[in-house]
Ligand binder design. Structure first.
Ligand SMILES: Cc1ncc(COP(=O)(O)O)c(C=O)c1O
Length: 388
């Protein structure tokens, strides 16, 4: 079979590959603790689910405009704007089935073959996949472990060129849990203005910050005009399977994205958007409660990992991931993650699933119960001790 060149580089997300291996072991009777999956281990909050069911019963089951239900776009404009201290108009908001389309469609709309797009490495694998899908050159920029996995500004400056058309940011970050500092955002914003290029800011973990406040590049002067902000409901409201995301962008870009949606997904499920309205306008107690639970798990997992000889784990300020350094074991990260799955029954991801710079690291998700995290840490300590 012959496939088009444009998809030759695509590969599955590492988390799905490890999940499949873990499930194969489970089917043989092994007890596996899952720390590989990046989704909240909570059910969607009941009032949101009920709003979705109510919307179906009320017949909100038909097509709606490609950019989204107007009431929802208004609610999102107000909420996203208030949280970032900027005025957003509903015409700047585009709703999509998940945040992922808001990573691909802006590239399709704004980037041409031969353009260069900068993205974080280690970073969410969809960035590189999407850049290459549109025929652009993917230019990775490393994160600096010494600066708590903030962007390495020297590498960033070296990566810029006259062909740079877009800079992708992700804060808080998957896989490191790091948050970009104001210094970094200011530096990137200056570069974007100087080179007259776009910023695609993936802020899906914006509400999951434990120390200090989330910062968005759109809050900096002049940046709302050149930024596509991507956000969604998967992580904040435990709605991964509902497929609900939104983007904020200049109106002319929003119009082009609406066309891309028209000719691809058509629109986002109507009742899902009504569940989304409920999620945003109702009291945010569940979001706050879950954030506090994640905060406790973060302390537990960071402390437990640092107690294992050979493991060094900084305290990440956001998301629900830790990215410990395991270079001391002198083995490739993939070999180590395979070993932990086979030997300890703990599923984790090698840092290299997020780019070459992830070597020497593992990514663990703490979207699992404190009890399971404790057991996983014990098993890991035991298995890693055998490696000496
Ligand atoms: C950084 C980042 N961006 C985007 C997504 C995709 O989210 P969604 O489920 O809304 O498509 C994820 C999901 O893991 C993510 O970690």
């Amino acid at each position: 079979m012959t496939f088009a060149n444009r998809i030759a580089h695509l590969k599955p997300e590492g988390a799905y590959a490890v999940l499949a291996r873990a499930q194969a072991l489970e089917s043989q009777g092994r007890d596996i603790i899952h720390l590989e999956i990046g989704q909240p281990d909570f059910e969607t909050y009941p009032h949101i689910t009920l709003a979705g069911i109510r919307a179906i019963a009320e017949g909100k089951t038909r097509y709606n405009p490609p950019a989204g239900v107007s009431e929802f776009r208004q609610v999102l404009a107000d909420d996203a704007g208030a949280r970032r201290g900027v005025k957003i108009h509903p015409e700047q908001v585009v709703v999509a089935p998940g945040t992922k389309p808001l990573l691909l469609f802006p590239l399709m709309a704004l980037i041409s073959p031969g353009d260069e797009v900068i993205y974080p490495d280690p970073g969410f694998p969809t960035y590189e996949a999407a850049i290459r899908l549109v025929g652009a050159t993917a230019v990775p920029v490393g994160l600096s472990e010494e600066r708590d996995y903030d962007l390495d500004l020297a590498s960033f400056d070296a990566a810029l060129s006259a062909r740079t058309r877009m800079i992708i940011l992700n804060s808080p970050s998957n896989p490191t849990g790091s948050v970009l500092s104001l210094e970094t955002l200011t530096h990137v914003a200056e570069a974007a203005r100087r080179l007259d290029c776009w910023v695609l800011s993936d802020e899906i973990y914006f509400r999951l910050v434990y120390d200090g406040e989330s910062l968005s590049i759109v809050s900096l002067p002049g940046m709302l005009e050149r930024t596509i902000l991507a956000d969604g409901f998967s992580k904040t409201y435990a709605m991964t399977g509902w497929r609900l995301g939104f983007g904020v962008m200049p109106e002319p870009v929003a119009e082009k994205l609406a066309l891309l949606i028209t000719h691809s997904t058509g629109c986002t499920a109507t009742f899902t958007q009504y569940a989304g309205i409920e999620a945003v306008v109702a009291p945010q107690d569940d979001v706050d409660r879950v954030r506090e639970e994640f905060r406790q798990r973060r302390a537990l997992i960071v402390q437990g990992l640092n107690a294992i000889p050979g493991v060094r784990c900084p305290m990440p300020p956001g998301a629900f991931y830790v990215f410990p350094n395991v270079e001391a074991f002198g083995r490739p990260a993939r070999e180590l993650s395979d070993y932990l799955l086979d030997e300890a029954g703990v599923a984790v991801l090698p840092g290299t699933d997020f780019g070459a710079s992830g070597e020497g690291h593992l990514r663990l998700s703490y979207a699992n119960s404190q009890e399971n995290i404790r057991i996983a840490l014990e098993r890991m300590a035991h298995a890693l001790a055998k490696l000496g």
